[in-house]
Design a protein around this ligand. Sequence first.
Ligand code: G3H
Ligand code: ZN
Length: 293
Amino acid sequence: MLAMLRDVLKDTTKKKYAIPAFNIFGFEDAKACIDAAEHLGAPVILATNKVALEHIPVAVFGRMLVTMAEQATVPVVIHLDHGADYETVAKAIHAGYSSVMYDGSQLPIEENIRKTKEIVKLAHAFDIPVEAEVGSVAYRDKYRHIKQEHTSPYDAQRFAVETGVDCLAVSVGSLHRMEEQTAEIDFELIKAIEAVVDIPLVMHGATGISDENLRKLAATSFGKVNIGTALRMAFGRSLRKQVEADPVVYDRLELFPDAMEKVKQAAINKMLLLNSTRANTLEEEMSNGESTD
Ligand code: G3H
Ligand code: ZN
């Protein structure tokens, strides 16, 4: 079923789990992630970023993903990742997305707050939740203009209160597009931010975070954990291996099943590390009238 971001993030802090937001670039990885979520009976967030939407127009991608979400047996959120401006966000809402991010992280904080407030006004008028970012998460290998700037707890608190966003991306040591899980996460900074911000936090660049730290993050206020590179590597490496193994293959449909299976397994692995299956157990417990505390 198509789910709203605020619904899947509702209990993540209290019940110590997080939901992954997987970057999606087409039908194949979207299907693999939904299959992973259905396999575990857990919610999932499918996110499309700028390069994905340069490849498939938002109106086309939105309609496909929303249809896939509606047909899924688990809650699936369709999310705009790193939305650059008002127009991009408006188009995603029009295309049926159930969650949007506006990324004003490269702007001075006053301007980031002002522009985020405009987006919140627009999105909330359609009952669509908004993620925004304060501080900045850089990229390992490209987009050099994007700085690495850890989030100050003061800015995080002010930003959350003044903008009215539904969840907040903060920078605490991760980096986008890491291929190894070697990011140094500042758990002291996380504690300081958690102490003053009462909405769910969002982690960007989570491919670079170790399994042990992903488990630890599930028990913090991070409710949404963005993972892209890990799945792209799983898909791309499978394709390369198959093409190299069979020099005459040219039909891409023959190449997709193994690549999709690798993405599904990678997604399952991250969901288990983040304890996402707690969401399902909790729903069942709640509908049975059992206490979960
Ligand atoms: O917004 C998406 C992400 O932050 C994904 O980062 O590709 O480094 O896992 P990643
Ligand atoms: Zn990101």
